[in-house]
Design a protein around this ligand. Structure first.
Ligand SMILES: NC(=O)C1=CN([C@@H]2O[C@H](COP(=O)(O)OP(=O)(O)OC[C@H]3O[C@@H](n4cnc5c(N)ncnc54)[C@H](OP(=O)(O)O)[C@@H]3O)[C@@H](O)[C@H]2O)C=CC1
Ligand SMILES: O=C(O)C1=N[C@H](C(=O)O)C[C@H](O)C1
Length: 241
């Protein structure tokens, strides 16, 4: 495949390695000072976007307009999801998006759903979430934490929304699940869901050791989306229901 990388930072560089190792070609790299252009997307099979929360929506709209299948790993655009889905559905677009492209985290998503169902009758346990990332991360909470919280809320009735003390846009008031966002030097991404009671705590944790899993999942998604139309997630790519 001929691929354009949108964002050539920590993830863009990791994805390039995997693309080359699987026999693909990177024919363009969009960055802050060299954004997407019509010239850059001529004859490409897919674009893989790991850019910034501020630029991703413009990138997505550009790629839909130019009929380029897109793999969107950038986080922080959840509020625009309905608008993007409408464009993909009505303009015959093709996209795989995921807050986390690693196989391990997608299995962890299933574990979180199952644990929420199991804990639902035990009202003495209160769920809580923590995510830890590197200090350069621009969004809080992480996209993965938002996905985990959304799945938990759908399978457990104690709370009806989430809040994050490190995110001013979401108010704490009301009946909300707490997501603590911690920033430490060079952490690749750790997510913990805990159910706490006076007597004990039950926790599950996923810890990424490096960025390879995210990058591999994005490349597999670009291979998978070829000749497909519609908006998909990593769950579709992995055939996890
Ligand atoms: N879904 C998943 O599995 C994962 C998602 N992510 C998400 O991916 C995103 C990127 O992460 P990471 O690689 O660590 O971030 P980096 O900060 O390392 O890289 C961001 C890149 O985006 C580029 N950029 C900025 N503005 C634009 C623009 N207008 N057009 C194109 N590119 C632009 C930057 O350009 P310049 O170099 O010029 O500054 C930089 O190359 C984040 O949102 C992160 O949360 C990360 C890991 C896994
Ligand atoms: O910015 C990162 O690094 C990561 N971002 C994604 C997120 O926001 O969940 C995925 C992973 O946790 C790493």
């Amino acid at each position: 495949m001929k691929i354009v990388l949108v964002g050539y930072g920590k993830m863009g560089k990791e994805i390039e390695k995997i693309l080359v190792s699987r026999g693909h070609e990177v024919i363009g790299k969009a960055t802050k000072d060299n954004p997407l252009s019509s010239e850059m997307v001529k004859n490409v099979d897919a674009a893989i976007d790991f850019s910034t929360p501020d630029s991703v929506l413009d990138n997505i709209n550009f790629l839909i307009t130019h009929k380029i299948p897109s793999i969107i790993g950038t986080t922080g655009w959840n509020e625009s999801y309905d608008e993007v889905k409408h464009r993909i559905d009505t303009e015959d677009g093709a996209m795989v998006h995921a807050s986390n492209f690693s196989v391990g985290v997608n299995l962890f998503f299933k574990l979180n759903e199952q644990l929420a169902k199991l804990m639902e009758p035990y009202k003495e346990y209160t769920p809580e979430m923590t995510e830890i990332h590197h200090t350069e991360k621009l969004d809080a909470p992480s996209g993965t934490a938002i996905s985990l919280a959304t799945d938990l809320l759908q399978n457990h009735t104690q709370f009806n929304d989430w809040y994050c003390p490190q995110n001013d846009k979401k108010s704490k008031s009301g009946n909300k699940l707490k997501i603590e966002a911690v920033r430490e030097h060079d952490v690749k991404g750790t997510h913990t869901i805990s159910y706490q009671s006076k007597i004990d705590t039950i926790s599950i944790t996923h810890e990424a050791h490096n960025r390879e899993g995210f990058a591999l999942g994005a490349v597999i998604s670009a291979e998978w989306i070829q000749n497909k139309k519609g908006i998909f997630t990593m769950k579709d790519v992995l055939a996890l229901s």
